[in-house]
Design a protein. Structure first.
Length: 397
């Protein structure tokens, strides 16, 4: 077969790469602004009476009884009068009342969870956002911290990193030493019960600020800055959930060292599985150098390896899941997050399946939402064990 030689092309220069970067950035900004334009701001879902019953565990007569008593938000009837709807804030009042014994007990503090993996595209950010939304729908208060300079979690929470996030909205002033704790950067979001510390590309500066302080400040521990910075908010929230960059960066190390629990989203494919081994190997070496060899101690309430993007009929996935079970043992959780069209559609709209908890068709979304519901239940159980241990009640579990 005769092969036609390729036509000669011009060399790709560094200036042309920079031009391409600007074009890509402009298109990404356009896409974000189209989806999150001021006139199209993200809105939380509304909840039907049936969904309220599901969240609270109440039967219809019990809901009607409490509506008659007028002690809880009554929602609003639709114009036809055939359906009663509750805002997220109203539904959370009901949930907090009905589940008050399941919430963080007085005297305990927030459990901090880092979502970590060195690979991108494994559903880290989606896991962080969906877990936060799920916990809020169970009545918990959540602080999300976006530590990834790409700002994907910030975008999922309806805020544009490039145009609506300044340096002082991020963890950067804490890392540089200009702020003593994280309170300066906490902001509300469109989702009741979830606050956010945002991220933007300026956060790349942390990779220079932290090592610089390590060399300039005697006794400085770069890996503890976020941990200490969270002390001021631990009594305000039930959950602090940190989304990390897909790399072993100074920022990632801070997030892992601040955490009481770690969740590693891990798709069951060979490359991601192999990469996960590097994560734990490097993390183990690092903690040994920073903590153990200095006479310190660090422990975690749990480490969960979460299968994500699971395709049940894929034979390779079935094989890799066996490898994961052998490698991770009881750290591999029983919940599997499936790869679904519903999740893909939500992601394309800069959202999660919980953003469409009432608007999506039951068949389309049920498989995805059921999986996340089980994950939320599992993590809440682990958090409750953590709180009981804080209070010295581990034996009562």
């Amino acid at each position: 077969m005769e092969v036609t030689p390729l036509a000669a092309t011009e060399d790709i220069t560094l200036p042309s790469i920079l031009e391409q970067a600007e074009r890509v950035k402009d298109v990404v900004a356009y896409a974000r602004e189209t989806m999150l334009a001021p006139t199209q701001r993200k809105k939380p879902p509304v909840f039907s009476t049936a969904k309220l019953m599901e969240l609270t565990g109440l039967e219809k007569p019990q809901v009607d009884y409490r509506l008659r008593r007028g002690e809880l938000p009554s929602g609003k009837l639709t114009p036809s009068g055939a359906r009663r709807e509750f805002t997220l804030a109203e539904a959370r009042v009901w949930v907090r009342e009905m589940r008050r014994n399941e919430l963080r007990p007085p005297g305990s503090t927030a459990i901090t969870i880092a979502i970590g993996n060195f690979k991108g595209g494994v559903s880290k950010t989606t896991t962080a956002a969906t877990l936060a939304q799920g916990m809020s729908m169970l009545g918990h208060s959540v602080l999300l911290i976006d530590c990834d300079p790409q700002g994907s979690l910030t975008t999922l929470m309806g805020i544009l990193p490039d145009s609506e996030v300044e340096l002082n909205d991020t963890v950067m002033p804490l890392f540089s030493g200009r702020q003593p704790d994280i309170t300066y950067a906490v902001r509300g979001t469109y989702w009741d019960g979830i606050d956010l510390v945002a991220a933007a590309p300026v956060l790349f500066g942390a990779e220079f600020a932290l090592p610089a302080r390590q060399t300039q400040e005697p006794g400085f521990e770069f890996w503890s800055v976020l941990d200490y910075g969270l002390d001021a908010v631990r009594e305000k929230y039930d959950f602090i959930i940190i989304d990390t960059p897909p790399a072993l960066s100074y920022t990632t190390i801070n997030a892992l060292m601040a955490a009481n629990g770690i969740i590693m989203p891990l798709p069951p494919n060979p490359l991601d599985f192999a990469s996960s081994a590097q994560f734990w190997d490097l993390f183990g070496d690092l903690t040994n150098q920073l903590i153990t060899q200095r006479g310190g101690h660090k422990s975690f309430a749990f480490v969960d390896v979460l299968p994500t993007k699971v395709e049940s009929a894929d034979q390779t996935s079935l094989l890799v899941k066996k490898w994961m079970a052998s490698a991770y043992g009881d750290k591999l959780v029983s919940v599997e997050i499936p790869k679904t069209a519903a999740a893909n559609a939500s992601s394309a709209e800069f959202g999660t399946v919980y953003d469409q908890v009432e608007s999506g068709s039951a068949r389309t979304f049920k498989r995805a939402t059921d999986a996340y519901d089980r994950l939320v239940e599992l993590i809440e159980d682990q958090a409750q064990m953590f709180w009981r241990k804080q209070l010295g009640q581990a034996g009562d579990a």
